[in-house]
Write a protein that binds this ligand. Structure first.
Ligand SMILES: [Ca+2]
Length: 408
């Protein structure tokens, strides 16, 4: 009898929320919530979507990479512009589903703008779902957002934290119900953001998924730069033509697949693979479009070796056997051209403020200095997770072996 009563109340509650979702999904309603809580934030968008709608990104006319998730559950969609006490600004979006599961979800931003697409993933599970733009629109690598030092803090940690605080406020006020559990998920730079939340704001989330996290920011960015230099100068005798990357990938599979104990087309233990470079060596008059010369094999050995500097100081782990399909993406090993190398100057030139930096300036001292400075406290490397653990937090962390940009 009690169970039936509880079920009836839940059904009644869901129906009430669905009605409020349509009626209260207005700029005025959300603005009044923020105003009455003492913020100077501005609600710039509020629109109710019926079931199976396609989201219309309110920023789509100005933002590159804007995407519109389709076939949404019925939801209220809101965007808020936040002014921080440091005179910086960021925006966050929030989906508030008609049929709410009582939980809150933050989709980490993954490099450009408010991540409405991953917010929609949470929405489809009936979460109230939020994402921020981390304080600037467009790629981290472009624009002039970094000129304000406090914008670096928004990017490094503050926008996600405040987006969580304000997102929870709007959620609980909108439904007039406390949030039962809160979660966050993200990959790559979003994985870093997820680690950062667990480390810096352990009370924000009950559960966090940190996927392929680019968490060691200073070493990460210099590693991506270092990767582009192995092939320099372009067209030299040690430069591996990018057309041969497929051949190398096939040889990695041929040699490493069986060494993990199961021939299944997968390299399941890349660190355990004993790779014989000589099988790729050109012999006599071999056609060099299907083999590598000695100097090119030396370059390949650098691709597959940890980056160490003076006195064997470890800087970053290497890309693994099985990662070859990613090697020709912009800014990775590439062809050794100055333009490919220059694509990785954004971090030293913009974020670290070394305006005239070129790859010839890359030294151990510089890396160590960057780690001390860590602009925006972006690096997520405070590994005492006991506060998160002790408040009952759960953290899932996974990484792909084939990730050549952020090797695990
Ligand atoms: Ca295998």
């Amino acid at each position: 009898m009690k169970a039936v009563l509880v079920k009836s109340l839940l059904l009644f509650g869901a129906r009430t929320r669905a009605l409020s979702g349509v009626v209260n999904c207005t700029i005025d309603n959300f603005q009044s919530i923020l105003d009455s809580n003492g913020t100077i934030d501005q609600v710039v968008y509020a629109q109710h979507y019926a079931a199976n709608s396609t989201f219309q990104n309110p920023n789509a006319t100005t933002l590159q990479f804007a995407s519109n998730p389709v076939a949404l559950p019925a939801t209220c969609a809101v965007q808020v512009n936040v002014t921080t006490e440091y005179q910086t600004h960021f925006s966050f979006g929030i989906f508030l589903p008609d049929d709410w599961n009582g939980r809150f979800f933050l989709a980490a931003q993954e490099g450009t703008n408010i991540n409405w697409v991953d917010m929609a993933v949470g929405l489809r599970y009936r979460f109230a779902s939020v994402a921020t733009d981390t304080g600037h629109t467009g790629s981290d690598m472009n624009g002039f957002w970094y000129l304000n030092p406090e914008s670096l803090n928004d990017w490094g940690w503050r926008a996600n934290h405040l987006g969580t605080v304000y997102g929870k406020l709007l959620t609980e006020q909108f439904y007039d119900t406390s949030i039962a559990y809160s979660y966050m998920a993200g990959c790559s730079t979003g994985g870093r953001q997820s680690f950062k939340e667990a480390q810096m704001f352990p009370e924000d989330f009950d559960g966090i998924i940190s996927a392929c996290p680019a968490y060691w920011t200073t070493h990460q960015q210099f590693f991506n730069l270092k990767q582009t230099t192995f092939q320099y100068p372009s067209g030299s005798n040690h430069t591996i033509p990018t057309e041969l990357f497929d051949l190398i990938g096939q040889e990695a599979i041929r040699q490493c697949d069986p060494q993990d104990g199961l021939v299944d087309g997968l390299i399941s233990d890349p660190l355990g693979c004993n790779f014989d470079y000589h099988s790729l060596l050109c012999i006599g008059s071999s056609n060099t479009s299907s083999c590598l010369t000695g100097p090119q094999l030396d370059t390949l050995h650098k691709f597959y070796s940890d980056w160490k500097e003076d006195n064997d100081t470890f800087i970053y782990p290497h890309s693994l056997y099985g990662s070859e399909a990613m090697w020709n993406q912009s800014g990775i090993f590439g062809n050794g051209s100055i333009s490919n190398i220059g694509s990785q100057y954004w971090y030293p030139q913009h974020i670290l403020g070394l305006t005239n930096f070129t790859f010839e300036n890359l030294t151990l001292d510089l890396i160590q200095w960057a780690e001390e400075v860590d602009p925006g406290q972006d690096q997520a490397s405070d590994w005492d997770l006991s506060p998160f653990y002790e408040r009952g937090g759960k953290l899932l962390h996974y990484h792909g072996h084939s990730d050549a940009i952020v090797p695990p």
